[in-house]
Design a protein around this ligand. Structure first.
Ligand code: PMM
Length: 277
């Protein structure tokens, strides 16, 4: 899943794709790089972001969804029923719901649903995220929402642990490290780690020679983004939501022989000579 944020304020690509033609061109470039799906969003969910009204969000996403939908499967990243409906009317076939609250709406729209876990809302969610057992609580919440959506008639349901959404650095790593347990429940899992702050912290800690005081900036988190996408796929995730599609597709392909779905076995079976350099 490639990301197109049609927003002025998203944390890593905010402001770059506010003009519709730029957003569409970016979406098409992600398709060329190997995205199977493009996720179009019109409201930033970064910590501290201010909400936008429905009309603004619809005006941001609908023309972009419309232009991309004839080229690739499109999802809409929203928490608002009206925006979901407008995007589906424009050609989106998956609702990426970062509040996991639109199950019944999606049943009526007759499209797929991606339900993401979050604790709190973007304005406050990073203030004091607290869990007894983060994996158990995230899992129980998502499975309950998935079952309810299935009963309401949604055929395609994905669940997503919501990396960075009301989670500390330790919570994020715990969820990623135990992702195979979430995948074991049989509901398809999607994960978004791309360029997130916990990677900026981890990259800074891993390489003190960066000389950067604090986290590595969002644009320099490629290695962490790709590494965690591969970890997620290895744990059984069926979808990774990423900004850097080309690098992620290449990495998943290179590691494909041991990634759970086995769909991208690589390399000749009988290479002659040494296997390296
Ligand atoms: N992360 C962001 C936005 N939408 N949707 C899902 N399903 N999972 C995520 O982890 C997720 C999301 C925040 O990242 P962005 O501002 O770069 O889009």
């Amino acid at each position: 899943m490639g990301i197109v944020n049609v927003t002025p304020d998203s944390f890593s690509d905010g402001g770059r794709f506010v003009r519709h033609e730029d957003a569409v061109a970016h979406g098409l470039a992600l398709v060329d790089q190997g995205a199977d799906l493009v996720d179009v969003g019109g409201e930033s969910t970064r910590p501290g972001a201010e909400p936008v009204d429905e009309a603004t969000e619809v005006a941001r996403v609908v023309p972009v969804v419309e232009a991309l939908a004839s080229h690739v499967r499109v999802s809409v990243d929203t928490t608002k029923p009206e925006v979901a409906a407008a995007a589906v009317a424009a050609g989106a076939t998956l609702v990426n719901d970062v509040a996991a609250s639109l199950g019944a709406v999606v049943a009526d729209l007759d499209v797929g649903w991606l339900a993401m876990h979050r604790q709190g809302d973007p304005r406050t969610m990073q203030q004091h995220p607290t869990y007894g057992d983060v994996m158990a609580e995230v899992t129980a919440h998502l499975l309950e929402r998935a079952a309810a959506a299935r009963s309401a008639g949604v055929d395609e349901v994905w669940i997503d642990p919501g990396i960075g959404f009301g989670k500390t650095f330790a919570h994020n790593w715990e969820l990623l490290g135990a992702l195979d347990q979430l995948c074991a429940h049989g509901v398809p899992v999607a994960v978004g780690t791309s360029r997130k702050l916990f990677l900026g912290d981890a990259l800074a800690a891993a390489d003190a020679s960066t000389g950067v005081d604090g986290p590595v900036p969002a644009d320099d988190r490629l290695e962490g983004s790709v590494a965690t996408a591969v970890l997620a796929a290895r744990a059984g995730a069926g979808m990774v939501r990423v900004h850097d599609v080309a690098a992620t597709v290449a990495a998943l392909g290179a590691a494909g022989a041991v990634i759970a779905d086995g769909s991208t076995a690589v390399g000749p079976d009988h290479r002659e000579g040494p296997s390296w350099p």
